[in-house]
Write a protein that binds this ligand. Structure first.
Ligand code: SAM
Ligand code: SF4
Length: 465
């Protein structure tokens, strides 16, 4: 195993030292972040520790500017797909933990998975995040790979298909990761939950996940296996958020140093209540809404080119406030119980992982974000054209990716509106598309995009650059 790159004492010392920094120093750090070159751990610690209202306002303004500059007003949409909830672990915060006798255990059959995928396709989804508990009998790697193949094979009317499947499963060996890669996954996501080994031990009393280092080096093995888009995260609420943010950035820097490219995404899940799970109902280190907004903005400044994912764990109103602070991907219309997309929305499932606080449908989310000045993207082009890992960053860093992202967002939004939008969405969408077309930088690309829009109008689907 390579050298441990998280040293909790060192990170704590950085945080203590940063407490002495003045407001002026914090403002200088914010100004530097606007150059879009990212921040060091020391600089990030200064932002984390500065609680002054003036600095926080500046931080939010800078985060909005960076989001706008790099990602525009785009929000990439996806749906999580839980296929099984058997688990050998006992993570104290999770409804799927082995000792939870009250949970109804489910492992969907391939037919059931196909039915879930068809339901999502008929809502207009193109991107999935496939997940399950860690269990070698109920949900082995063979089963998981078969589920990916099944999901990719489901085709519905109007060119309905899933074009990218990201996955979030327990960490594997290099060989197993190679197998997962050959199943044509998009991003591999894995959350460290907490980077503090002492808290980690308390939270994960038994099962394979009790091994902190095995999880910490999971992304190294994935990248060694050739999976070059990985997504890291911490579960906020287990340990002081200040420590977790700094440690997560140390993880990002370590991957960049070792593999020449950092994580593709950072997720910011926050602990949510779950039935029969006392720890989730009373988080040991609760994060207030205001601190949650701050940590999103700080991450945006520290790693401007790393996508950030916000799930439906958060409420509609808070999500609406946070999108502009740097989020690039959001889930919509989610369920966390296997089979949940076909069960009645009002049912209280006995098989869900945790409660969700934004239960709008995909269509409702599309309309709401469009009214707020954002626009949805269902784009999957980069991954399908091999623009991943280094390649992606080469395009992304000079802002080149913008020239692809905007036309691709327009094309996929138009395809969505044509087949899955209602009248209100179509009206809203038309205005946004007209306006965004004008934002395409070169005449040639604008013409090419307009031509592809014509082809979509003639019934073609899945058009991209
Ligand atoms: N079982 C795999 C694992 O643990 O990595 C797959 C992912 S698990 C289904 C998805 C993630 O949900 C976990 O990594 C954890 O961060 C998050 N999670 C678990 N319980 C939660 C809760 N009560 N509230 C919010 N997120 C939770
Ligand atoms: Fe299992 Fe993952 Fe839940 Fe832990 S977080 S109990 S590993 S499903």
């Amino acid at each position: 195993m390579p050298q441990l790159f998280i040293n909790a004492d060192q990170l704590e010392s950085l945080l203590i030292k940063a407490k002495g920094a003045s407001q002026d120093t914090a403002k200088q750090v914010i100004d530097k972040a606007l150059e879009l070159k990212g921040l060091s751990l020391e600089e990030t610690a200064i932002l984390i520790q500065n609680d002054s209202a003036e600095v926080i306002q500046r931080l939010f303004t800078a985060a909005r500017q960076i989001k706008e500059k790099i990602y525009g007003q785009r929000l990439v949409l996806f749906a999580p797909l839980y296929i099984a909830n058997y688990c050998s672990n006992n993570c104290l915060y999770c409804g799927f933990r082995k000792s939870n006798q009250q949970l109804q255990r489910v492992a969907l059959s391939m037919d059931e998975i196909a039915a879930e995928v068809a339901t999502l396709e008929r809502e207009g989804h193109k991107r999935l995040l496939m997940l399950c508990g860690e269990n070698h009998e109920g949900s082995s790697l063979d089963y998981f790979v078969q589920a990916i193949e099944t999901a990719y094979s489901v085709k519905t009317e109007h060119g309905g298909d899933i074009r990218r499947i990201n996955v979030e499963i327990a960490p594997l060996s290099v060989k197993e990761f190679q197998r997962l890669k050959s199943a044509k996954i998009g991003t591999y996501l894995l959350f460290q939950e907490t980077y503090d080994p002492v808290t980690y031990k308390k939270m994960h009393p038994s099962g394979p996940k009790a091994d902190y280092e095995n999880r910490l080096f999971g992304m190294h093995r994935a990248m060694e296996a050739g999976i070059d888009d990985v997504g890291i995260g911490a579960l906020f609420g287990l340990r002081d958020w200040r420590f977790e943010v700094l440690a997560m950035l140390a993880h990002s820097l370590e991957l960049e140093k070792t593999f020449g490219v950092g994580p593709h995404t950072i997720s910011v899940p926050r602990l949510q209540p779950t039935k029969n799970t006392p720890l989730a109902n009373q988080p040991p280190a609760p994060v207030s809404d205001n601190d949650f907004k701050r940590l999103v903005a700080i991450i945006r400044l520290a790693v401007p080119y790393t996508g950030m994912i916000l799930s439906t764990r958060e409420s509609t109103s808070l999500r609406n406030e946070i999108f502009g602070l740097g989020i690039s991907q959001i889930s919509a219309g989610s369920r966390t119980n296997p089979g949940g997309y076909q069960s009645n929305r009002q049912e209280q499932p006995e098989s869900e992982q945790f409660s969700l606080h934004d239960d709008r449908s995909l269509l409702e989310v599309v309309k709401d974000i469009t009214k707020m000045g954002f626009y949805p993207s269902f784009c999957t082009a980069c991954y399908r054209l091999g623009r991943t890992g280094h390649e992606f960053m080469e395009y992304a860093k000079p802002g080149e990716i913008q020239s692809y992202c905007l036309p691709n967002a327009i094309l996929t939004f138009q395809e969505y509106l044509t087949y899955y939008g209602d009248d209100e969405a179509k009206n809203l969408g038309r205005q946004v598309i007209d306006q965004q077309l004008k934002g395409i930088k070169t005449d040639i690309l604008r013409h090419k995009t307009a031509k592809k829009l014509d082809e979509l109008a003639q019934g073609k689907t899945d058009l991209y650059f």
